[in-house]
Design a protein around this ligand. Structure first.
Ligand SMILES: NC(=O)CC(=O)C(=O)O
Length: 271
């Protein structure tokens, strides 16, 4: 299967971000992607005070455009994430996944809110305006099952392990690390999750914009179940396209049977 990861610029205007997605899908149509992914909060500048202003209900305009684009281009579209508001006015960081017909087949609400305060580094407090989701998310494709989680979620190995236990052979991660945590943790985290779960992991970031309120690290990447980086971008906007075979997951799991060799009997005791 072919996966295309779009590392896009995030504009102030929501409409411009959605139009850009359409343009990228047109520009990459010759790649004949099966699955296309975009970054975290791709419709909205990554700033807590903006989330309520840009948030929409499921099924509204941004959702409709993404669904229509998935249908038009006949791809699975992991529509990064965008701010979602529910019927009670709560706001979530939400990734929708559409199938080739434009039907929504999954929805993940970021389960671990990104609240950090690093001395002389990045401060961010998603909990100022966001509510956390409370589930792991796996969906079916003709290539096998895939999971989706959002950025900070990847730091919690339990969530990836849950998706893998539910059958995921690849984990899609819309993300936006920053200039403090990106250089320190980005690659190592993606490689660790791929290695300890023996699955593909695809991290898709927004492009770096030094003028933005939050400066994203970029570096969208795809990691194999062996822990190799198949391809990694730099900070600029653009895309990467890679052909992968999810059967490779089974090969690695057979040769190095880590998941089978687990000692659940000794891990499950109370600490
Ligand atoms: N943006 C995030 O949710 C996470 C992040 O930048 C980090 O973990 O570092």
């Amino acid at each position: 299967m072919k996966i295309v990861q779009l590392q896009m610029h995030v504009y102030e205007e929501k409409e411009k971000n959605l139009a850009q997605l359409g343009e990228y899908l047109k520009r990459t149509a010759h790649e004949q992607a099966d699955i296309v992914t975009v970054g975290e909060m791709f419709t909205c500048p990554y700033q807590t005070e903006k989330f309520p202003l840009y948030a929409e209900r499921e099924g509204e305009k941004s959702w409709k455009i993404c669904s229509e684009l998935a249908r038009m281009y006949g791809v699975y579209l992991c529509a990064g994430s965008m701010p979602e508001v529910d019927e009670n006015g709560k706001i979530y960081n939400t990734a929708y996944v559409f199938d080739r017909k434009g039907e929504q087949i999954a929805k993940h609400r970021k389960a671990h809110l990104f609240d950090i305060d690093i001395e002389n580094g990045q401060y961010f407090k998603e909990s100022e305006t966001l509510t956390a989701g409370d589930s792991s998310t796996v969906f079916e494709t003709e290539f096998g099952k895939m999971g989706v989680c959002i950025c900070f979620d990847l730091r919690f190995p339990e969530l990836s392990r849950m998706m893998v236990e539910q059958g995921a052979k690849m984990i899609l991660v819309p993300a936006a690390f920053n200039m403090t945590t990106g250089p320190a943790h980005w690659e190592i985290l993606f490689r660790s999750r791929a290695l300890d779960n023996q699955c593909f992991v695809a991290g898709t970031s927004s492009a770096r914009d030094r003028e933005a309120g939050y400066v994203a690290w970029g570096h969208s990447l795809l990691v194999s179940p062996w822990g190799d980086i198949i391809e990694e971008m730099e900070e600029k906007e653009g895309y990467i396209s890679n052909e992968i075979n999810l059967d490779y997951v089974e090969k690695i799991r057979k040769e190095l049977p880590l998941l089978k060799a687990r000692r659940q009997d000794i891990y499950s005791g109370e600490v």
